[in-house]
Write a new protein. Structure first.
Length: 165
């Protein structure tokens, strides 16, 4: 099942990808190095390689960094790197009464009440490894954050409650 049309088209999709990258690098700590992930989070690297069906420790560490530690997403990136992208995943229904919404999409309704909110997501991007992350620096992070925030002049926050269809 695919997603319905997103208002804002390509611009909305590009901004969702930019938000995802921003969520990964915001903050004041030093950026993680791929070598640190490979050496210090070796069990996580092993899991991603196993799920991705590819023995490549440095690429698995890069995928972990790019996905901000989301092992499922990192595995998808590794699978895509080896040229297949199977869709796998299940979720259990949860009560959303106390949930803070930063992402709201619908594959079932064209125009859901309250609209769709992409939030930070890789759903509309190709799951390809970003080799620029191998040379990340404090300067590059600061420049990205400056560039990301310069466009935010006025925004409207997500509503507290959404209508049900």
């Amino acid at each position: 099942m695919g997603y319905v049309a997103v208002k804002g088209g390509t611009e909305a999709i590009e901004n969702a990808a930019r938000l995802l990258a921003y969520e990964r690098i915001k903050g004041n700590s030093e950026p993680l190095k791929v070598e640190q992930i490979k050496e210090q989070l070796y069990l996580l690297v092993d899991r991603v390689m196993g799920e991705g069906s590819l023995y490549a420790p440095e690429l698995a560490a890069l995928a972990i960094k790019q996905s901000a530690g989301d092992t499922l997403e990192a595995s998808f990136m590794l699978r895509a790197y080896r040229a297949t992208l199977p869709r796998v995943g299940y979720s259990i229904p949860q009560s959303t009464k106390e949930m803070r919404v930063i992402r709201r999409i619908s594959a079932a309704f064209k125009d859901i009440p309250g609209g769709q909110i992409l939030g930070p997501t890789a759903d509309y991007t190709l799951r390809l490894l970003d080799f620029e992350l191998l040379n990340e620096s404090d300067e590059k992070r600061a420049a990205y954050v400056r560039d990301m925030l310069k466009d935010i002049l006025d925004y409207s926050p997500c509503p507290i409650h959404f209508q049900r269809s």
